[in-house]
Design a protein around this ligand. Structure first.
Ligand SMILES: [Zn+2]
Length: 297
């Protein structure tokens, strides 16, 4: 087959939906999915692309979280429709995990459905300042700790300090022993973009606080590796150890004057090279710890 007919044949396969299965070992996952968390009858995960949110069905309405509509506003209506498929209860709340737009943009369909939006105060402050046209401003805010009780369900919201952002909440279901925490506890993958505007030292403390809380399973904001698994306290411990190790490895190089150029161009962290996300994430990790140990920021 000449190259032209090869291209045409490949295009035909893609068009018919067979291209992915024919050309790769693993078929691409569907663009979105709604999954009930095993062992519960009320806790769900809505995944859109590589982002995911938790929603909880109570006897008096639904508590949803992050709209995850950045760059795909139509997907948020899908999220609302998916909730309606599993319950006729009204959507009462949308809670933002933290202020980053890839998780919280696109909430309008939830607003139109009558939901009250809740977030950390700093998330609201920043949203008011930036005035992103795609992101709903929270109606209610909190700072330290708050328990939201709706019908038969309690959802405890806790700010555990600075980490990946300055507005991250841990959402804990005490009865189900499940937490939803986004971006500051990657499950089975190497950090990358998560580092950009982070607070590396305080982050370690916040992980210790999460480990001291009472829970068994963690729903992350990006599907856990491998196979979209949920996290456990072992994952929090492993990620804390990774941050501490990476920090201690970069620190002497930075203090010897290696930042930015030498560290960013030459340094590798071979212990983690097999982790998903390592290649893409390494420059972000090196830059953030250069900022800390080589600049004082
Ligand atoms: Zn984030």
């Amino acid at each position: 087959m000449g190259w032209k007919s090869s291209v045409i044949a490949a295009a035909a396969l893609v068009t018919s939906g067979l291209g992915v299965a024919a050309s790769a070992q693993q078929p691409a996952p569907p663009p979105f999915a709604t999954t009930r968390v095993e062992g519960t009858d009320n806790v769900y995960i809505f995944r859109a692309g590589g982002h995911q949110s938790m929603f909880v069905v109570t006897s008096s309405g639904v508590i949803a979280t992050d709209p995850i509509g950045y760059g795909r506003p139509q997907m948020v209506q899908t999220y609302v429709d998916e909730i309606k498929k599993v319950t006729s209860q009204p959507i009462k709340y949308v809670i933002y995990s933290h202020h980053h737009f890839d998780h919280i943009a696109g909430g309008k369909p939830f607003k139109d459905a009558g939901a009250t939006f809740l977030a950390h105060q700093r998330a609201k402050d920043r949203l008011l300042q930036i005035n992103d046209p795609n992101t709903v401003i929270p109606d209610e805010t909190m700072r330290g700790k708050k328990t939201l009780t709706l019908g038969d369900t309690a959802l405890e919201l806790t700010y555990v300090g600075l980490n990946h952002s300055d507005s991250s909440l841990v959402m804990r279901l005490p009865r189900e022993r499940i937490i939803f925490a986004v971006d500051f506890i990657p499950v089975g993958s190497f950090p990358g973009l998560a580092m950009i505007d982070s607070y590396p030292l305080e982050w370690e403390d916040s992980l210790k606080k999460v480990m001291a809380m009472d829970w068994d399973r963690l729903i992350p904001g990006h599907p856990g590796q491998p196979n979209g698994r949920l996290g456990t306290k072992d994952d929090v411990q492993a990620f804390l150890a990774l941050l501490q190790d990476v920090s201690a490895t970069i620190k002497p190089e930075a203090q010897a004057g290696g930042c930015w150029a030498k560290v960013e161009k030459e340094m590798k962290l071979p212990r983690y090279e097999k982790m998903p996300g390592y290649e893409v994430g390494l420059p972000y990790v090196l830059r953030r710890y250069c900022g800390l140990w080589g600049r004082g920021t």
